[in-house]
Design a protein around this ligand. Structure first.
Ligand code: PLP
Length: 419
């Protein structure tokens, strides 16, 4: 459920007509609904109501905008971060350091120091090597790093190969069959407080079965560790729940997910952490765009050229992903067309041979489900600027990220005087 609905024939974000935003801010522009973010945050939490005090850490990489993080902070969410930059954002948005989990396979020395000095609640260690480095830094700083060991459970998440993270050949975590020995070795290190285990097998999961299989393996590991006399008080089950992108997509509900988790983790006697990203933010955002012009293409459908492009919304070019496309003021007529951006790459294509609302030059349209992995993946390719972001709350809205024009990006460049 989201708050982007037609009212009197015009698509609104909550109570704000999208043409008002296009007029005030220009296009393309990302628009987020606070009510939808809050709703998703609560529905996810309610799905886990059978669990004792679950810790919810929003995966910042899905949508790192400070205003979005602030909405979730007010809903009691902490953060799962994967870089020093994301850690800085989470803290700037008011999240308590203790509520921050630091994941990522390539945390640099500087990032490990930053995490320790910030006093974050948990490092998810992704290799034995990282564990020893963190231990050495912690000893030098006179601190103790609270840690979980991320394991690679070798399950097929049955999602797009570029967002699968839990197969043996993926770079993430330590192999399950070595996890016991690595955990024991790291637990013996001064400077580390090994508290538990973590998994995250991938994103946009349409099926609970791979998650259940990963969690079951994690439960066996918890038993193995305790049998070896090691302490385990935490288990981090990652994120990954999918969201519907196109009509007919059926995704597991947070309630079904929560019921599965409660069943599988019964008796673990740990505090559980969750790292949802897409399921919170995906349907809470749209990318608002304007049609530049249409172009005939031989006998085929016309190309509808919009002012948003693959640098603004990368998922279609990167993953072949589908985003629903709708007119902001639909006439009721439909047409089959290709929808493309202006960038000089054939990959800058949002839809081929798709039946959509009839669109002509000057019309406004939206790409739906762009609230996660949207603005955050933007680049300035083709010397295009960065798209602004707007947060709507009822009948008001605010620009929560300015447009960064192409010339501002150019201002950071220099031609050396020896040229
Ligand atoms: C990306 C990521 C998430 C969030 O994944 P979603 O599919 O957006 O829920 C959670 N945890 C880790 C470690 C991640 O890398």
């Amino acid at each position: 459920m989201d708050h982007f609905q037609l009212k009197n024939g015009v698509l609104h974000a909550e109570d704000v007509p999208l043409p008002a935003i296009a007029e005030a801010v220009g296009t393309p522009v990302y628009v987020y609904s606070r009510a939808t973010l809050v709703r998703h945050a609560r529905v996810f939490r309610e799905g886990l109501s059978a669990l004792d005090r679950p810790h919810l850490a929003f995966a910042v990489k899905a949508n790192p905008n400070l205003a979005v993080l602030s909405v979730l902070q007010k809903e009691g969410y902490g953060a799962d971060v994967v870089s020093g930059g994301e850690l800085t954002r989470a803290l700037a948005a008011g999240m308590a350091p203790a509520d921050v989990v630091f994941s990522g396979v390539g945390k640099t020395h500087a990032e490990l120091v930053q995490g320790l000095e910030s006093g974050i609640g948990q490092f998810n260690i992704e290799s034995e090597e990282e564990g020893y480095e963190l231990a050495a830094i912690a000893r030098r700083l006179g601190k103790t790093a609270a840690c979980a060991l991320r394991v690679n459970p070798d399950v097929d998440a049955r999602t797009h190969e570029k967002i699968s993270t839990g197969k043996r050949e993926n770079k993430f975590g330590v192999p399950l069959d070595r996890a016991g020995a690595i955990y024991a070795a790291l637990a013996a290190e001064d400077g580390l407080d090994m508290r538990g285990v973590a998994v995250h097998i991938g994103s946009q999961l349409a099926d609970l079965e791979p998650l259940e299989s990963a969690f079951t393996k994690l439960g066996a590991l918890v038993e193995e560790l305790r049998a070896a006399g090691l302490s385990v008080t935490q288990a981090d089950l990652g994120g990954g729940l999918g969201v519907p992108y196109k009509p007919g997509d059926i995704m597991p509900s947070p309630a079904d997910y929560g019921a599965m988790v409660a069943r599988v983790t019964k008796g673990w006697d740990v505090r559980l952490t969750f790292e949802p990203g897409r399921v919170i933010a995906g349907n809470a955002g749209i990318l608002l765009t304007r049609v530049i012009r249409s172009k005939r293409s031989g006998n085929g459908p016309p190309f509808v050229i919009v002012d948003a492009a693959m640098n603004d919304l990368a998922r279609p070019a990167m993953y072949g992903a589908w985003h629903d496309i709708e007119a902001v003021a639909p006439s009721g007529n439909r047409m089959t067309s290709h929808v493309v951006g202006p960038i000089c790459e054939t990959g800058d294509t949002f839809a081929m041979d798709r039946e959509i609302d009839a669109l002509t030059a000057g019309d406004l349209a939206v790409f739906r489900t762009a609230g996660a992995y949207g603005a955050t993946m933007a680049s300035s390719y083709n010397s295009r600027g960065f798209v602004p972001e707007v947060l709507v709350d009822g009948d008001r809205f605010a620009v929560v990220a300015d447009r960064i024009p192409a010339d501002a990006i150019m201002d950071a460049e220099r031609v050396p005087d020896w040229l």
